[in-house]
Ligand binder design. Structure first.
Ligand SMILES: [Zn+2]
Length: 338
């Protein structure tokens, strides 16, 4: 541990253990709780024609080791972690015992997620979650080329719920045609200036795995479908931007291939997926609790509606205004990715 891994770095801090916390981007297949599908590293290279279909497909991040993440997750479906529900954060070290099993991009084999909330990135002492500066708006841009109005409406509603839970302000900037898979996010902005880019959110057709490079688990269950993937980009212990891709091909039932419904009701729906992914973007990790949006298996969640659970809210508050301001690092003068 103690390794600082800027997500999106082309050189993983730990070979084979690159940060990809979304591993799966949430299998939404009924009864399948441990599908190790990940967007990351799984996309086959595509040419221009392929890009038409895969334009917004997914997060392309170097490295994999995805199957190592939460390796035991499927072996205890619904099992509560050892920590018990919603333990209050320690004032002197609030992140203690709440590190994601792959905190800071380092996969800790065999470590299970805390019960109630976890952080994807923590400061080197392990005590503070890495987060956006809550004292300025988090800027974001949509690539909505493939999105319907209903998709955007779900997203907007989910973002509102994130703002309410964190106290963060989100500022939408002009829509973009950027590929949200492109990380790190560009430092050179459209006007030629260098700045931390807005978070980019895009919708994709990820298909049912056929568009992914062959993996054993994909072959084993080609119907597994992922919902999306979101993650932050960290520089000097601060989240400076991030990206989110949502899979328009996601289904809520792999047998009937029912498309994921819109809204925030019971069961799997776009609201639930978006809440989960947006929480990742601001630094929240997976948990054991089934009454949490951040349980990685959507079908295991027992929340009666797609709203934050108690543990989610504790973690989100710490990632938001309650944690106070943080200093955003300057953008590298040459705009070089780092
Ligand atoms: Zn997740």
């Amino acid at each position: 541990m103690g390794v600082r891994a800027s997500v999106g770095s082309s050189a993983p801090a730990v070979p084979g253990a690159t940060a990809w916390y979304e591993r799966a981007v949430e299998n939404i297949g009924a009864g399948i709780e441990d599908v190790s599908l990940s967007i990351e590293g799984e996309l086959a290279p595509v040419g221009w024609a392929g890009r038409v279909a895969l334009l917004l497909v997914a997060l392309a991040v170097a490295g994999a080791a995805v199957s190592a993440l939460f390796g035991a997750a499927g072996s205890h479906p619904g099992g509560a972690g050892p920590a018990g529900p919603t333990t209050p954060p320690s004032p002197d070290c609030p992140a203690r015992d709440h590190l994601s099993p792959d905190a800071n991009g380092t996969v800790r084999e065999g470590v299970r997620a805390s019960y109630d909330y976890t952080f994807l990135f923590v400061t080197s002492d392990g005590c503070r979650p890495v987060r956006f500066n809550p004292c300025q708006p988090v800027r974001y841009a949509l690539n909505r080329r493939l999105a319907t109005d209903a998709d955007v409406a779900d997203f907007t509603a989910a973002l509102g719920k994130l703002a309410a839970a964190t106290g963060l302000a989100f500022e939408r900037v002009a829509d973009t045609d950027e590929d949200p898979r492109a990380v790190p996010r560009p430092r050179r902005q459209p006007d030629g200036s260098f700045a931390w880019a807005p978070v980019v959110i895009g919708w994709s057709h990820l298909g049912t795995g056929e568009s992914l490079r062959a993996r054993a688990d994909v072959k084993a269950d080609p119907t597994a479908v992922v919902g999306g993937g979101g993650r932050p980009e960290v520089v000097d212990d601060v989240i400076v931007t991030g990206n989110l891709v949502l899979n328009l091909d996601a289904v809520s039932d792999v047998t009937t291939k029912v498309a994921v419904p819109h809204g925030f009701g019971a069961g799997v729906n776009w609201g639930r997926i978006m809440l989960h992914e947006l929480a990742h973007v601001i630094g929240l990790g997976h948990v054991e609790s089934r009454t949490s949006i951040m349980n990685e298996a959507l079908t295991s969640q027992t929340l009666s509606s797609s709203e934050w659970g108690a543990g989610d809210l504790i973690g989100l508050r710490q990632l938001g205004r309650d944690g106070g301001c943080v200093s955003v690092p300057p953008v590298p003068p040459q705009g070089a990715p780092r």
